[in-house]
Design a protein around this ligand. Structure first.
Ligand code: AMP
Ligand code: ZN
Length: 465
């Protein structure tokens, strides 16, 4: 039974979509004003694993991830370069998607851009003005929090008796608002200011929160199953999305809210503003593989903080290499005989994997099931070749694990240099153990791949035929 910790109830709940067999999910996407850092990608990889696991469980999925292509930073950066916001954001949207793909994430079904949904935002704001949930002040439109008594139900922040700036994140210097907690839905701009859009309530540009309400409801309906994002979005962003959407429709917005924890570095949250970040590109330029970065970022369950270290990343490199080698080794195993021991091991591992993932996506326990299987099947392979049934069962399990985690890497028909060197090391080890059958098996396996070994006084050399 699949369970998630629902931020709305602060409880682990059984997941039951509104429509049987179908899941509608919204995950807040990036602001495309710069290169995304690996903290951002921890959240997007969590979203990808969530996506893939829902599919693994047999759900049909509509997954929306927006691109925020308008906010104050974007406007300022574009103005400083004397270009339009589209010209400024377009390359960053492309870089983001390139990095997103390179890290093995599946593209969501719908990737809408905020600036393409201004009409939908205007509609919601008009409804909120009509029903008293919004008001105009000095030309801008604000959300009236006192009109939504449930405000705070997600973040559980107690606002009572604290109406003027209970949280430091509330903008207390805006005296044109009725209440310090009220937030902008639409910001007034001058007739010639760019960017700006005409609306019945005046020319302006949207606030950040309204973007996600508009795009989520357009593609997923007024009520949908699952809304996720990083922990920092819980308040005020998601609280405000709920207030806007439910204030406009009178219906529940999202049924389950899932928030992922931060990536830290030296125990400080990784962020652009603190300057303590690595982008995916920084690490790739240093020679780290996308697969290892992905492995590291998903290896800790999403509700636990993860502290980034280069030792951890190095460890992830060795682990992903071991997984890849394992798959090659199984593929090369001869596939004769009738044995079934490994089939049994695989069934146990798959069960453990699913139990772990069902338990609020415990990726650490799921990985432990994968590694247990790898170790146990390796023990079998050290003694004999796998039977055909065993080989099929192991390769099928690997592809099932990988459909969810994406950590084994693309299947290449060509054996990689690293794999060769590892196999040579295994052969040396086998020889040292006087396990000549195994050492011959490795030599034959490499020969099949066109790799010739030459024993020299300086050690083993290899070359491709
Ligand atoms: P942004 O582009 O700033 O809107 O952020 C995109 C996503 O990255 C949001 O869901 C944030 O919650 C998330 N995020 C930002 N910093 C971190 C971090 N250090 N660790 C994990 N997620 C983060
Ligand atoms: Zn959002």
């Amino acid at each position: 039974m699949l369970k998630f910790f629902n931020t709305l109830s602060r409880q682990v709940e059984e997941f039951q979509p509104i429509e049987s067999g179908k899941v509608r999910m919204y995950i807040c996407g990036p602001t495309v004003w710069n290169f995304a850092h690996i903290g951002n990608f921890r959240t997007f990889i969590f979203g990808d694993v969530l996506r893939r696991y829902l599919k693994f469980k047999g759900f049909e999925l509509t997954h929306v991830m927006n691109l925020t292509d308008i906010d104050d930073r974007i406007i300022n950066e574009a103005a400083a370069r004397n270009i339009s916001i589209d010209e400024f954001t377009e390359p960053f949207a492309q870089y983001f998607l390139e990095d997103f793909d390179a890290l093995g994430n599946e593209r969501p079904e719908i990737i809408p851009r905020a600036t393409h949904h201004i009409a939908e935002m205007i509609d919601i704001i008009s409804t909120l003005l009509d029903n008293g949930h919004a008001y105009e002040s000095d030309g801008s439109i604000y959300y009236r929090i006192t009109a939504f008594p449930e405000y705070g139900k997600l973040s559980k922040i107690n606002f009572s008796g604290n109406r003027d700036g209970g949280s430091e994140r509330i903008d207390t210097d805006k005296y044109d608002k009725e209440d310090a907690r009220d937030f902008a839905l639409w910001k007034l701009v001058g007739p010639d200011d760019q960017p700006g859009w005409d609306a019945p309530f005046g020319r302006g540009r949207p606030g950040w929160h309204i973007e996600c309400s508009a795009m989520a409801m357009k593609y997923l309906g007024e009520t949908f199953d699952l809304h996720a994002g990083g922990q920092d979005l819980q308040f005020p962003h998601h609280e405000n999305e709920i207030a806007q959407s439910e204030g406009a429709t009178g219906k529940q917005f999202a049924k389950y809210w899932i928030h992922s924890e931060f990536l830290k570095i030296d125990d400080v949250t990784m962020s652009k503003s603190k300057g303590n970040f690595f982008t995916f590109r920084d690490l790739k330029d240093q020679g780290y593989s996308p697969l290892a970065i992905r492995y590291l970022l998903l290896s800790v369950p999403y509700r636990k903080q993860l502290n980034f270290t280069f030792e951890g990343l190095q460890g992830a490199e060795s682990t992903t290499e071991r997984l890849r080698n394992f798959r090659s080794l199984v593929k090369e195993s001869s596939g004769t005989g009738e044995e079934k021991d490994a089939v049994e091991l695989v069934m146990i591992a798959l069960k453990k994997f699913e139990t772990a993932m069902d338990d609020d996506m415990n990726t650490a326990a799921a990985l432990a099931a994968v590694h247990d299987m790898v170790r146990e099947v390796n023990t079998v392979i050290a003694e004999r070749s796998l039977s055909n049934d065993e080989k099929e069962a192991v390769l099928d399990a690997v592809s099932q694990f990988d459909a969810v985690l994406g950590i084994f890497g693309a299947e290449t028909s060509e054996i990689l240099d690293n794999d060769i060197e590892n196999l040579i090391e295994d052969r040396q080890q086998a020889r040292a153990n006087r396990d000549f059958a195994r050492s011959d098996e490795i030599r034959d396996l490499l020969a099949e791949q066109g790799i010739v070994l030459e024993d020299t006084k300086d050690g083993v050399r290899w070359k491709r035929k």
